[in-house]
Design a protein around this ligand. Sequence first.
Ligand SMILES: Cc1cc2nc3c(=O)[nH]c(=O)nc-3n(C[C@H](O)[C@H](O)[C@H](O)COP(=O)(O)OP(=O)(O)OC[C@H]3O[C@@H](n4cnc5c(N)ncnc54)[C@H](O)[C@@H]3O)c2cc1C
Ligand code: FES
Length: 348
Amino acid sequence: MADKHHVRFEPVGIEIEVDEDQNILRAAAEQGIMLMHGCKEGQCAACKSFLLEGDDVDHDRYSTFALPDYEREEGFTLLCRAHAYEDLTIELLNYDEEMIHSGLPIQQAVTKVVSNENVTHDMRHLVLRLVEPASVKFFPGQYMDIAVPGTEHTRSFSMANTSSLESGQLEFVIKVYPDGLFSKFLDTGVSVGDRLDITGPFGVFTLRESVSAGLVFVGGGAGMAPILSLLRSMAERDIQRTATFYYGARRRRDLCFEKELRELEESLPGFKYVPALSEPDDADEWDGEVGLITDVVQRMAGDLTGADAYVCGPPPMVEAAVELLPALGVAEDRVFYDKFTTSGDAGE
Ligand SMILES: Cc1cc2nc3c(=O)[nH]c(=O)nc-3n(C[C@H](O)[C@H](O)[C@H](O)COP(=O)(O)OP(=O)(O)OC[C@H]3O[C@@H](n4cnc5c(N)ncnc54)[C@H](O)[C@@H]3O)c2cc1C
Ligand code: FES
């Protein structure tokens, strides 16, 4: 068994024990400490932190876009890639006091496929039933890692439902890439009753509830999943904050959960759903908003001072929204986002 070391996080004063063969982010998650992260693959820099004491750290493969060599030499580290070989003190550059202690310890679970239907021409609605254990606690907006059968790889997918405690089920919306390791397999090789192994929950894309600020949701593609989970949980718990969901798609055939979102406009009095198409054609007979979703937000949202924003979807859309929203008045630290990086984005 590998040696263990103590890792202390400042300025929050939390200490954990880390095995040499575990990365620090994973060790924290297993101990219920929810540190900021995104891809968990050394690509997005969301987990970037600074070594205050100790420097015997090895990193698994990562992108130098996320951690340039000069930053590594200065003492920066990526917690999702870093293995500690001595006791360390680490300064968290990005953390959320509301979230850090609310972590749920991650679990491994066996599931069976309940259904795997098309929800658009290139997105699947996958429903899994938990077999062992029979339920896993997660917060709306979080995600699981699904193991790709027959490989050592996992892929991350956000739950679209709100809890597995009563139903024992997990619901996902998954975009199919023609050469995608998992998604192509899902498209062509997964049948009802098949076994899929999952680990989780992960993620900090959860509703911050200590405030009653208005909410702006911006999503694209499979970014629908965690936003739907957040909206469903608001409806279940009768959270009556004003909220607008701007959802970007190319054409009408890319829209999904339309009926449910329109019904949510009825059940959540302050809620508005604004779908926009970036490339509608005549056959779409579309009289709704047109343009890139960030352009639509810029045009329609007005002054967003005091609002909380939740952004989720493909990286270019997320990056554009994360730049735009503060310009419209959202405080930078109130823009919460999950970037759906794919392993194909790995850089070097
Ligand atoms: C926090 C988080 C949550 C996520 N939630 C969701 C979700 O709810 N729904 C969802 O659909 N996705 C989600 N994702 C993305 C998801 O995890 C997968 O990355 C995505 O589904 C692609 O996986 P894949 O195995 O199908 O494709 P991959 O095999 O990873 O390939 C993806 C694309 O990259 C291309 N590619 C592969 N390798 C390379 C390479 N070396 N160079 C260039 N291109 C390459 C492929 O051809 C394909 O087009 C999430 C990601 C994160 C980080
Ligand atoms: S979570 Fe570590 S780089 Fe993305």
